[in-house]
Design a binder for this molecule. Structure first.
Ligand SMILES: Nc1ncnc2c1ncn2[C@@H]1O[C@H](COP(=O)(O)OP(=O)(O)OP(=O)(O)O)[C@@H](O)[C@H]1O
Length: 254
């Protein structure tokens, strides 16, 4: 599915958090959102997820304006993993992941073996199958994050929105989640602070004070000058002799 934002403005208490933001993410594309703290990445993701209605501008899912879609319809198409997602205390992991199936259930379409299989697969995808029976509140931060990702995967979305999905994860789970997301045949918008990880996105967008100031392939957008100007750091690119890839080496804050 294509996800399009057209001239989005979002203002709260006189602060303009999003300022004329436009982007179009192609079906199957992995689009990285980068930018310093407070630049508007989470706010934009919330608008794209349909949780915030923009004051000006519109979001389109394929060619349909989101404001004409019902919540359930949006939830069948789009899954969102928020940064500080909370959930009820007295539930076990499997129940949290099963919530991902809610948009597909109805009196005419009750819970089925297929839902069980989808939930089991989502748990395995994030390496949480062995903790399926554990109470939510006993989990570590990284385990909770993996459960939220599993809940989103169980939704079998066509569009997946991820707000810093790897920030609590150990390095093995960071890499496996990013590889998994990269392999999924869905449209992905992912906010990332790790700029080396952002380099493996198809395209990236740079947020700065509520504006999307550049969009393009990582190798064109992520320049030494951009890192100075937007992130306030001095950095260099090194060449990896193993695969000719480029690695960012951060020297110091400016
Ligand atoms: N309800 C609100 N009222 C006032 N300001 C807000 C509100 N919500 C967010 N902000 C401000 O909007 C700005 C953008 O926040 P947002 O969470 O979108 O940034 P971000 O790029 O995701 O940041 P981070 O990298 O720290 O997660 C921040 O300066 C934040 O303090």
């Amino acid at each position: 599915m294509r996800l399009t934002a057209e001239n989005i403005d979002w203002t709260v208490q006189g602060h303009r958090l999003l300022n004329d933001v436009s982007l179009a993410v192609a079906p199957g594309e992995t689009f990285g959102l980068i930018g310093p703290n407070g630049s508007g990445k989470s706010t934009l993701l919330r608008v794209l997820a349909g949780l915030r209605r923009p004051k000006r501008g519109r979001v389109l899912v394929d060619d349909r304006p989101m404001r004409r879609m019902r919540q359930r319809e949006i939830a069948r198409a789009i899954a969102f993993v928020e940064q500080q997602a909370e959930t009820l205390d007295r539930v076990v992991v499997r129940q949290v992941v099963a919530l991902g199936r809610t948009p597909f259930l109805s009196p005419l379409r009750p819970w089925s073996d297929e839902d069980d299989a989808i939930v089991g697969q989502a748990l395995d995808d994030v390496d949480m199958g062995h903790l399926a029976g554990r109470l939510w509140h006993t989990l570590s931060g990284g385990e909770r994050q993996r459960v939220h990702i599993a809940r989103a995967l169980a939704q079998r979305p066509r569009i997946l929105l991820l707000d810093e999905p790897t920030n609590h994860l150990d390095i093995r789970h960071q890499l496996s989640i990013l590889q998994l997301v990269g392999r999924l045949p869905v449209t992905v918008v992912i906010a990332l602070h790790d700029l080396n990880q952002a380099m493996s996105c198809d395209r990236i967008g740079v947020m700065e004070a509520g504006r999307l100031v550049d969009i393009g392939p990582p190798e064109r957008v992520l320049t030494v000058e951009r890192l100075r100007r937007t992130f306030g750091v001095q950095a260099d690119f090194l060449d990896d002799p193993g695969d000719q890839g480029r690695i960012l080496r951060f020297r110091h804050a400016l």
